[in-house]
Structures are given as C-alpha cells and as structure tokens.
Design a protein around this ligand. Structure first.
Ligand code: PEP
Length: 248
C-alpha cells in the first residue's frame, strides 16, 4: 500500500499573517499520527511557517528550487537553503514555471537532481496542455517530461520522489479531468516506470492536480493509481484543504 499525500500549493498568494493563520488553522485540524499532508509556501514565508508546523504532522515544501548548487545566480534559492528551512519537498516543473518562466524538461531535471542532493523530495509536475490533449499528444508529452528526468537522474531516483500529474487545462480553470481521464494517465505513468523498474513503479506516489475541490476529491482519490492530490486554489482555505485531506 502506498502512503497517500495531499499537498497544498499556495502559489504567490496571501500575506505573512494570512499564511501564518492558514498554517495554524491546518495544524489545528490535524491530530498526532496524521500523515501525508504538506504545504508548499512562498519562499519568504518558509521560516515563519516552519515555526508553526514544527512537531505537527504538516510537512513543508517549496514551490521551486534552483538548478544550480550555489554561486552567482541572482534571485535563485538553492536546495541547501531550502533544507535549512526544513523543507521536506520542493515542486519542480510546475506548469506555471514551464509556461511563464521558461523551465524546460532539462532544467526541471536539473532542479530534480539538485533537490535530491540535499535530501529534499522533488515533486515532479508533468502534464499536457489542452492543445496537446486535443491533438492526441498527451502520452508523448508525458514521455518527454518523464524521460528527461529518468535520463538525467536515473530510474532509481524516482523512488525518492513524488510525481504530480497536472493537466494544464485543469489548473485553476475549474475544469477537472474526469476520474477516468486522470486514472488513464496515472496508469500510463506507472506503466512507463514499471517498464524500467517494477519495484519503483509500485511504490512511487502519483498525485493528481487540477481544480481538486472538497466535492470532487473523494471520487478522484478513489482511482487505483491516484495516490493523492496537489491542490492549488482550494488549499488557501483551511477547511477546504482539510476536507480534501480527509477524503483520502
Ligand atoms: C496547482 O497549482 O498545482 C493546481 C492544481 O491548482 P488548482 O488546484 O487551483 O487547479
């Protein structure tokens, strides 16, 4: 049995005090022994939120990580810096990074490697655009995004990572992939990994992301290859986020 995981992505939302209030409210809704819940917060609030989540079941993540170890890379944040802030996870290759900030399959793979070097679990975000889905390229896109990481990091590296399948057309749009559409791609991802390493395929957590809300989470999470969710908008409200977590 794979451990499920529900991860919030706050993106560039909220103030410091709102972030602290949100983290406090999430922690207050959890009980000791809960597992598999995390929030990816803006870099500048990591240290503040760490103080709230310390000794609680809520894990901390960053929304990106630099593709270099250290040095003259103005504006970047290294994996070692995230480690110092007690990050367990770092998103890599979120579609907003790929589409607005030029992250490529190769630079995402490098970020993945940098995160793992510091013991941070990379959450590799992959998924197709609407255009790609409509022209039947979904699986080809997934192959390219996944293989770029496998080629650089090796298949064993996936054993210490999380994959998030996020169809770009479902992110922040209110359109969710149907449970069957999501399961079809999750199964495909697991099969591709299994063709290289069966053991890792059976262990790796594959999350679904794209307009998951309290009212659709249960059905999505009931699919056999879906191990949880990466939650954007609905993670900004503690009650919604906790309800999604409890839907697993
Ligand atoms: C995301 O940003 O990863 C995401 C899934 O956003 P939303 O839940 O708002 O679609």
């Amino acid at each position: 049995m794979r451990q499920s995981l529900v991860m919030g992505n706050w993106k560039m939302n909220g103030s410091r005090s709102e972030g602290l209030a949100l983290a406090n409210a999430i922690v207050a809704g959890l009980k000791q022994g809960d597992k598999g819940i995390a929030v990816c917060v803006p870099y500048v609030y990591l240290s503040d939120v760490r103080a709230v989540v310390e000794n609680s079941p809520l894990d901390l993540g960053a929304q990106n990580v630099a593709d270099q170890e250290s040095g003259a890379y103005t504006g970047e944040i290294s994996a070692a810096m995230l480690k110092e802030c007690s990050c367990t996870y770092a998103l890599v290759g979120h579609s907003e990074r790929r589409s607005y900030y030029g992250d490529t399959n190769e630079s995402v793979a490098t970020r993945f490697v940098q995160a793992q070097k510091e013991g941070i679990v990379p959450v590799l975000c992959i998924g197709e655009t609407l255009e790609e889905r409509e022209s039947d390229e979904t699986f080809a896109v997934i192959d390219k995004q996944l293989n770029a990481v496998i080629d650089m990091a090796g298949i064993e590296a996936l054993g210490n990572s999380v994959i998030a399948y996020e169809p770009v057309w479902a992110i922040g749009t209110g359109k969710t992939a149907s449970d069957e559409q999501a399961q079809e791609v999750h199964k495909y991802i697991r099969e591709q990994i299994a063709s290289k390493n069966q053991d890792i395929a059976s262990k790796v957590q594959i999350l679904y992301g794209g307009s998951v809300k309290p009212d659709n989470a249960k059905a999505i999470f009931s699919m056999p290859d879906i191990d949880g969710g990466l939650i954007g908008g609905a993670s900004l409200d503690a009650e919604s986020f906790l309800t999604i977590y409890q839907s697993i």
